[in-house]
Design a protein. Structure first.
Length: 176
């Protein structure tokens, strides 16, 4: 699959070079969606509390891990002092607790992942007309998204920074 993407990018670059020689402008422009999403003030505003919630979940996971580790150590110390059936009962209860905590934390992580994906879709749906406007202004007939490293390209075809500036200008002060 990577070879196909490389071939498409190579053909797009060749097409752009041919168009550039004929028309005086590149027929291909490039945008790095990860760069645009990470560097846009509007995207940060859209994400709002998501990043805070992700950090809070990470801290909660560390606290739970520490508490479970402490309980595991306590159970290890009790192993030699309790009858085997009593110890087995404690271990079973502990394992059920660990399983439930993992289920709940995994669900919280999935919820945050869904929120992130939804916000990213909203951002790019709103950014699409701006990207199209830049493509038209540049006289390009193809806008390629850079999702992997491109071996070599003319930096003049990368509109990522321009896209960030235009999107932020268009949606300044908006968080929804």
């Amino acid at each position: 699959m990577n070879w196909l993407r490389a071939a498409i990018l190579g053909l797009a670059a060749l097409w752009g070079a041919a168009g550039s020689a004929q028309e005086g402008s590149s027929s291909v422009i490039l945008v790095d969606p990860d760069f645009v999403y990470a560097n846009s003030s509007y995207a940060r505003a859209l994400r709002g509390t998501l990043e805070q919630d992700q950090l809070a979940l990470g801290a909660e996971n560390r606290r739970l891990f520490d508490a479970l580790r402490a309980e595991e150590l306590r159970l290890t110390e009790l192993r030699d002092t309790l009858p085997p059936e009593d110890f087995a009962e404690l271990v079973e209860t502990f394992e059920a607790q660990v399983t439930e905590i993992r289920r709940v934390q995994d669900e919280k992580t999935r919820d945050l992942d869904v929120r992130e994906a939804t916000l990213r879709q909203v951002f790019f749906r709103r950014a699409a007309p701006i990207l199209t406007e830049i493509r038209i202004e540049r006289g390009a007939s193809l806008l390629v998204t850079q999702t992997e490293s491109v071996v070599d390209f003319d930096p003049d075809i990368d509109i990522s920074r321009i896209a960030v500036d235009r999107i932020d200008a268009a949606y300044s002060g908006q968080s929804e």
